[in-house]
Design a protein around this ligand. Structure first.
Ligand code: PEP
Ligand code: MN
Length: 362
């Protein structure tokens, strides 16, 4: 008779399914002591489920610290042994995948600078074939959901069963508040496309600074993310990479404790009834808005026809400045942000021009 032995799930399996999943560790593994001390202090908080560390660092400019390389992998192995925390490392090439697996890294992650490049993602995917290891995929640095989804498909076609997503924001020129613009709506759209896939948030790379980490993490929690990846360093100011955004393990614990972990859903029928009513209202308003926008476009087309008949240009700077100014003035009275109204008006204007262009050139 065959004997079955009851085994508890491997530590990585139980960590992977923890909610919220909290991954922390230094941006980069620097020394054996730094990795061990970070791991021990993170484990002591009792709030972290997985240990991260960059071994190979894709840096924007040459001459910066590009990671300790393969020699740092045994340090993570020791840290795992000492704390029981499963480990995760960024991989960008086939060789890095091989090395990480040789040294028993539990979860691999694909970084933002890799997700943008289908050649690299394919190379990583090919190296993963046959390996039974969960993979996290960060959003690409540019706001392109097709690339993000493409990376998921490549890794999935390599036979990887457990895939998760990390939202780390998108780079944009002249961004001031955030190092990488969160563009939450894109993360939510990705969640809509892949509802079964876990998605965690990386406030460290979104913020690029410590003072807004907590509010950003709270926002992710409010939007029902499955967890957080936050960088932690024993001496943040002297970190070899991303010094401004790292926090000590103890500070991390304080932040996590202060977060209001909301429930995704509550059972109360009266809550659902109230919510349903409000959602119904939103649906009606959205319908009306669409009708109005459609009417506005028809008027724009009429203007296009008129301009065509009289042979005048589509775009008239004065008229547009006037409309925009009026809208912005009104927006504050209505409690709408100037930024939102400007973006909204821009989109309307662009569509208007396209419609008029069609009329004039048909
Ligand atoms: C990192 O996690 O340290 C990192 C390099 O992140 P990203 O790929 O998001 O830039
Ligand atoms: Mn980093």
């Amino acid at each position: 008779m065959e004997q079955t032995v009851a085994t508890s799930p491997a530590p990585v399996q139980s960590a992977w399914s923890k909610r919220p999943l909290i991954i922390s560790g230094p941006c980069s593994a620097e020394t054996e002591e730094q990795v061990m001390e970070t791991a021990l202090r993170l484990a002591k908080t009792g709030m972290v489920n997985m240990l991260r560390a960059g071994i190979w660092k894709p840096r924007t400019k040459p001459g910066m610290f590009e990671g300790i390389g393969t020699k740092g992998l045994p340090w993570l192995q020791q840290a795992k042994k000492a704390t029981g925390l499963p480990t995760t490392v960024e991989v960008a090439t086939g060789k890095q995948v091989e090395d990480a697996l040789t040294f028993e890294v539990d979860v691999l992650w694909v970084g933002a600078r890799t997700t943008v490049n289908p050649f690299s993602v394919q190379e990583v995917a090919d190296a993963l074939r046959g390996a039974n290891v969960p993979v996290l995929i960060k959003n690409p640095i540019n706001p392109d959901l097709e690339l993000w989804q493409g990376a998921v498909e490549r890794i999935s076609r390599a036979g990887v069963k457990e895939i998760g997503l990390i939202h780390r924001g998108f780079s944009s020129y002249g961004n001031t508040e955030f190092r990488n613009a969160p563009m939450w709506h894109l993360a939510l759209e990705m969640k809509r496309r892949l509802p079964e896939m876990m998605m965690i948030n990386d406030p460290s790379h979104i913020c690029g600074r410590r003072d807004i980490l907590q509010s950003t993490a709270q926002k992710a929690v409010d939007l029902d993310f499955d967890g957080l990846m936050i960088e932690s360093h024993i001496d943040p100011d002297n970190a070899w990479s991303d010094a401004k955004q790292q926090v000590t393990p103890e500070r991390l614990a304080e932040m996590l404790e202060a977060i209001n972990w909301r429930n995704e859903d509550v059972a109360s029928p009266s809550f659902h009834a109230a919510l349903d009513k409000l959602r119904e209202q939103i649906n009606h308003i959205d319908d009306e808005l669409m009708q109005l926008i459609s009417q506005r476009m028809h008027v724009a087309e009429k203007i296009g026809q008129y301009k065509k008949d009289n042979n005048v240009t589509i775009f008239q700077q004065n008229r547009w400045s006037e409309i925009l100014e009026k809208a912005v003035k009104k927006s504050s009275k209505l409690g709408l942000s100037e930024e939102f109204i400007s973006r909204y008006m821009d989109a309307i204007h662009m569509e208007s021009i396209n419609r008029q262009n069609k009329v004039m050139n048909d």
